[in-house]
Design a binder for this molecule. Sequence first.
Ligand code: TYD
Length: 129
Amino acid sequence: MEVEWIDIPNIKDPRGNLAVLENSKLPFDIKRAYYLYDVPSGSERGGHAHKELLQLIIPLSGSFELVLKDGVNQATISLNSPAKGVLIPNMIWRELKNFSAGTVCLVLASEEYIEEDYIREWQDFVLQC
Ligand code: TYD
């Protein structure tokens, strides 16, 4: 399945690189940001889909694997550059795994937290997608 990578504009500098996220240049308005950190070795996150929510996921530090499933096809990709994010559309099942030590994963979201927007059971997802 197709994966939408987002190149994050960055200013390379021998003093350290600088990456910029501007609301108007992203595919959705950012209403929420959160990040995963201190992820224990072997831990897996995600395991759900969202009915409406759009997300941009960026590995600020470290690396992990992202599995995306649309109910028929799936893609497994490695995220390891803070200058490259992945857009997760609504109604896509996601799993995050194989986190390297020290990973910090930033998630920008199109809506505030709404538990009712989650589909947490795979069987429910397959029926709805
Ligand atoms: P969840 O989205 O299931 O985490 P992940 O997909 O990263 O594995 O959220 C885990 C818990 O945190 C769940 O009880 C809901 C809560 N939560 C909030 O309260 N606010 C938020 O913005 C998010 C993302 C989660």
